[in-house]
Design a protein. Structure first.
Length: 278
């Protein structure tokens, strides 16, 4: 092992922003790996009908954790190369070109995790697949279509790694169609099954649905910002933060919903047992 190739460079060598980017990527990977254990250890702490949500959360955490370990590994390699460059133009070019290569893993992650996040929302209202097979299938296919076409858009590059703006904008617009269809399908499920859930479950569904409309919007914004001269490390940081919120944060919300329902039933049973023994 040599210090020059195995250890992380410092801000003095590569600058503060790249080091902060590496910090957030690493923290994100720890959050996802921690969420794997959280999902497993709390499986029996929620109402039985919401245990499927813990399973979704565990799979999401595993996929995202592996993805971010890969992202962090390759970003670390980029930092090593960056530490040997002194020309500002060459350093900026390396950061931009590496962003396109490293960012691919996020799309591969999203292709698995975002459909599961939508299923997690549906599980808040205890919707079974056979009850709304068409709507759920359309929602999942639209979501996958959104991710796939977004990935194709990110691949609109020349042989030298420069972005082909027209191609990227076109595929970005196509990807937006899938996003809108997925949202409409999710809203349709809520309108159809909202009466089934109680206030806690409806709150859980609405929370996840609102994040789908709002925080998911960070990703197309980042997609468009790659066409500007912004330092792409800012997009890396934003994606890392919102990935944690949208995956770990949603897992915590789903846990709170299932736990509250279980606690209410246990308290009710204690009351009933008290009457029975009075």
């Amino acid at each position: 092992m040599t210090f020059a190739t195995e250890f992380v460079p410092t801000a003095g060598e590569v600058g503060m922003l790249p080091m902060l980017t590496y910090f957030f990527m690493t923290v994100a990977s720890y959050c996802f790996l921690g969420n794997v254990f959280f999902s497993v250890l709390t499986n029996q702490s929620v109402a039985p009908e919401h245990r499927i949500s813990r399973a979704y959360g565990g799979v999401i955490a595993v996929v995202a954790g592996v993805s971010y370990l890969l992202i962090t590994r390759f970003y670390h390699g980029m930092l090593q190369d960056l530490s040997h460059l002194t020309d500002p133009g060459a350093r900026a070019a390396l950061i931009r070109h590496s962003y396109q290569a490293i960012g691919q893993y996020r799309y591969m992650d999203w292709a698995v995790t975002t459909p599961l996040l939508l299923l997690k929302a549906a599980s808040m209202l205890r919707i079974r697949f056979h009850e709304a097979a068409t709507a759920i299938t359309v929602m999942l296919l639209a979501d996958f279509f959104m991710v796939l076409t977004g990935y194709i858009g990110e691949q609109q590059l020349t042989a030298t790694g420069e972005i082909i703006a027209s191609g990227k904008l076109l595929w970005g617009a196509i990807s937006t169609v899938g996003y809108v269809v997925a949202l409409l399908a999710l809203y349709g499920l809520y309108k159809r099954f909202a009466a089934r859930g109680n206030d806690t479950e409806r709150w859980g569904f609405r929370f996840i649905g609102i994040t789908t409309v709002t925080t998911w919007g960070v990703y197309p914004l980042g997609y468009m910002l790659t066409l500007t001269s912004i330092d792409l490390n800012y997009i890396h940081i934003a994606f890392s933060i919102f990935d944690v919120f949208n995956k770990v944060g949603i897992a915590i919300v789903a846990y709170l919903v299932g736990k509250r329902l279980l606690d209410e039933r246990l308290n009710e049973q204690k009351v009933l047992d008290g009457y029975a023994t009075a």
